[in-house]
Design a protein around this ligand. Structure first.
Ligand SMILES: Cc1cc2nc3c(=O)[nH]c(=O)nc-3n(C[C@H](O)[C@H](O)[C@H](O)COP(=O)(O)O)c2cc1C
Length: 372
């Protein structure tokens, strides 16, 4: 089996993934993200990825009130890195496939073959109604639109002239040369059954969302199996925030401190944006504990604890990789590169060796649904 991949989710929105007044607050600037990309490459990580986000969530933290644009930033980061894969996000509902095809071909040239396309289907109304672009449609139709979009893009990447009349897109003898070589990696982060079907059919990599470890195990197995049935391969990934300190106690103290300032107003707005009804969203936000300041599953501990937890998740859920988030990227990522990543690589080597021992089950891991 191929090696596990580890990457970093760049903080393209202010605050990164911590929704708290007492957590570090990464700036949504090119300078901040550029340094993270350089640190990721120096640490030996495999990929960097950015989301595409068009509206923030307010609150005291003004969470994601400031965001940069994914393609533009990743193009520049492709130029200033040499090795990490460059995964940029595009909305199928915003960009015509002919525009997207050429943008990723360009990114593929700039990056020397490291480009990846995270394709998302634009399901959050507020982001698009502010532009007059919101189309209210059932999830089935949204994924059908994204599938047609993906087919159009991949045809434009490989055929000199494309004519296609589908429900959502029209191409008339359309040209898009040069063709990218190799074809950019296709990524998708859908969490639903429809999302996983899309991943199995079209994506090379799937970011899975799950409410529990058991669900993650099932979803990873499902996507691997379903892609196999379709004669394809689709690698599976999850994401995790890492709170690293010299000792478990020190890491737990950081978690408590980050949680102390949980921004309930931003959480309420975020929950509403994800489509949760007002009464439920309000009840959840008002009752939010420090845990909710972390938008995604996190692990807190010493390098040994963090290593064990990551290995448990990645190996037991049979994931092909993990995307990492850090509260304070500039301080935490280099530390992770020195004290955790070498252990993960060593475990991967041992795992693929014929006599590898099973890894011990760790105790520290939190699972929660991931929305971006
Ligand atoms: C790692 C990751 C990255 C994502 N990036 C974006 C993004 O940049 N923009 C966006 O609108 N949605 C993004 N999403 C949301 C997903 O595209 C998707 O809408 C969500 O997981 C719900 O899946 P579903 O539509 O299958 O229910 C991301 C999700 C994950 C887990």
């Amino acid at each position: 089996m191929p090696a596990k991949e580890y990457g970093v989710f760049l903080p393209i929105g202010n605050g990164g993934w911590m929704v708290s007044t007492t957590a570090p607050h990464p700036a949504a600037t090119y300078a901040y993200n550029r340094q993270v990309a350089l640190d990721a490459e120096a640490a030996g990580l495999d990929f960097i990825m950015t989301m595409a986000k068009w509206k923030g969530f307010g609150g005291t933290t003004d969470h994601w009130g400031e965001t940069l644009e994914s393609m533009t930033m990743m193009s520049a980061l492709a130029e200033c890195t040499e090795r990490v894969k460059i995964w940029a996000t595009m909305h199928a509902n915003m960009h015509h496939p002919a525009v997207a095809a050429k943008m990723y071909t360009t990114l593929q040239q700039i990056s020397g073959g490291r480009a990846g396309m995270n394709i998302v289907n634009g399901s959050y109304a507020d982001e698009f109604s502010q532009m007059g672009l919101w189309q209210d449609m059932p999830k089935e139709d949204r994924y059908r639109m994204t599938a047609e979009w993906c087919e159009a893009v991949t045809r434009l990447w490989t055929e000199d002239r494309v004519t296609m009349e589908s429900d959502f897109f029209t191409l008339v003898d359309a040209e898009s040369r040069p063709h990218p070589d190799p074809r950019p990696t296709i990524i998708n982060a859908g969490a639903s059954t429809l999302g996983m079907e899309f991943q199995a059919r079209y994506a090379d990599g799937a970011f899975l969302g799950a409410d529990s470890f058991e669900e993650m195990v099932e979803k990873s197995a499902y996507v691997h199996r379903r892609a196999g049935e379709l004669g394809r391969e689709c690698r599976t990934y999850s994401m995790m925030t890492v709170v690293l300190a010299d000792t478990d106690d020190a890491a737990r103290a950081k978690v408590a401190e980050y949680g102390r300032g949980v921004d309930r107003e931003a959480l309420l707005n975020m929950s509403l944006a994800w489509g949760v009804p007002l009464d439920r969203a309000r009840a959840w936000a008002e009752g939010a504990t420090g845990e909710e300041a972390f938008q995604v599953q996190y692990v807190a501990g010493s390098p040994a604890t963090v290593t064990e937890s990551i290995l448990r998740l990645v190996e037991d859920a049979d994931l092909d990789g993990l995307m990492l988030i850090f509260p304070d990227y500039h301080a935490d990522l280099p530390e992770f590169g020195r004290r955790v990543l070498p252990e993960l690589r060593a475990a991967d080597l041992a795992r693929t060796a014929p006599t590898a021992d099973p890894h011990p089950i760790p105790t520290t891991s939190e699972e929660s649904p991931a929305h971006v």
